[in-house]
Ligand binder design. Structure first.
Ligand code: PXL
Length: 279
C-alpha cells in the first residue's frame, strides 16, 4: 500500500530547506506527501538579513476540521522546523486524531546548529520542543538540538561518553529510537550515532567542509522516505547519510551556493540505490 506522509514545517520560499526539500525527496521515493505549512518566509533565517515571515497557524483549526470531515488520515507524521510554540499542541492533536493504525511519528526538532538556536528561537521555545520527545517514535536531532532537548551544555569537542549520555537522556524523556546526526570524533569523519531500542550504533563516513545549511532537512526527508519504503531503520540511516554526503560533494565547490545543498540532480542516485537494494 502506498504511504501517506503528513509533513508539518515551514515554507521557506528561497533557500532549499523544509517543505521545498521534503516534497521532492518524499515524492521521488514514491510517497504521497501532504503538507501543513506552519509559516511562509521569504528565505530561511540562517544567513539572510531582513527576511519576512507570515505565520499560518491561524488556518490550522479550519484545515484540520475540514480534514476530519473528509476522514483524511496518514501513515506517518513528519515534523521539521515549526516556528512557534503553539505548534506543539497541534502536533499532539494530529497524533491523536489523524493517524492510521501503526503510523510512525518522526520528529526532526529543527531548531539550531553549532551550539546555537536558529535566530527565530529562544530558550522558552527549546523547552517547549522537549514536549515532542515522548510523542515521537523516532527523533532526529543534531548534537546542538539534543543538548537543548536534554538541558545539556553544548561542547564543541566531545567523546563517545558525552554522546551516549545525550542519547540516554533523550531516551529517558520517552523516545525509544534516537538518531543523532553529524557526530564527529575526528577531523575528517562524521556520522550518525543512534540508540535504537536500547542498542547503540555509529554509521561513520568521510567529512567534507564545515557544514552547509539544509543538510539536516535533506537527511531527515531522505530518512523518512527510505524508512517508510523499506521499514529498515539502519538502511534508512545509511542511505540518508550517503545521500547527504553526495549532495555536499555536489555543492561544496560552488561558493555562490552558501545557503543550501544542491540535492536535485542527486535524487536519481538515491533512487538507483533503492533499486539496487531491492534486487
Ligand atoms: O533547515 C532548517 C530551517 C528550516 N526553516 C527555516 C530555517 C531553518 C534554519 O535556519 O530558518 C525557516
Amino acid at each position: 500500500m502506498d504511504k501517506k506522509i503528513l509533513t508539518v514545517q515551514d515554507i521557506s520560499c528561497y533557500g532549499q530547506c523544509s517543505i521545498t526539500v521534503a516534497l521532492p525527496i518524499l515524492s521521488a521515493l514514491g510517497h504521497e506527501t501532504i503538507i501543513l505549512p506552519t509559516s511562509v518566509l521569504s528565505t530561511h533565517t540562517s544567513g539572510f538579513k531582513n527576511f519576512v515571515v507570515k505565520d499560518l497557524t491561524d488556518q490550522f483549526d479550519a484545515i484540520l476540521n475540514h480534514w476530519k470531515k473528509e476522514h483524511i488520515t496518514f501513515d506517518c507524521l513528519y515534523t521539521g522546523y515549526l516556528g512557534s510554540e503553539n505548534l506543539v499542541e497541534y502536533i499532539k492533536f494530529i497524533k491523536d486524531n489523524f493517524m492510521n493504525e501503526g503510523a510512525s511519528i518522526i520528529i526532526d526538532p529543527a531548531m539550531g546548529d553549532e551550539g546555537k538556536l536558529y535566530p527565530a528561537f529562544d530558550l522558552k521555545y527549546a523547552k517547549k520542543m522537549q514536549e515532542l520527545i515522548p510523542l515521537s517514535d523516532i527523533i532526529l536531532p543534531n548534537v546542538t538540538e539534543a543538548c537543548f532537548l536534554s538541558d545539556t551544555p553544548y561542547v564543541e569537542k566531545y567523546d563517545e561518553i558525552y554522546i551516549k549520555d545525550l542519547l540516554v537522556k533523550l531516551e529517558a524523556k520517552g523516545c525509544k529510537k534516537i538518531i543523532l546526526t553529524d557526530v564527529s570524533f575526528e577531523e575528517n569523519t562524521t556520522g550518525v550515532y543512534s540508540l535504537i531500542d536500547g542498542k547503540y550504533s555509529y554509521y561513520k563516513h568521510q567529512k567534507i567542509g564545515n557544514g552547509i545549511h539544509g543538510t539536516g532537512d535533506v537527511f531527515s526527508s531522505t530518512f523518512v522516505g527510505v524508512y517508510l519504503l523499506k521499514n529498515d531503520i539502519h538502511l534508512a540511516i545509511k542511505m540518508a547519510a550517503d545521500f547527504v554526503y553526495r549532495c555536499i560533494v555536489n555543492t561544496i565547490d560552488d561558493k555562490s551556493h552558501w545557503y543550501g545543498v544542491k540535492f536535485e540532480k542527486q535524487i536519481k542516485h538515491l533512487l538507483k540505490g533503492i533499486e539496487d537494494e531491492s534486487l
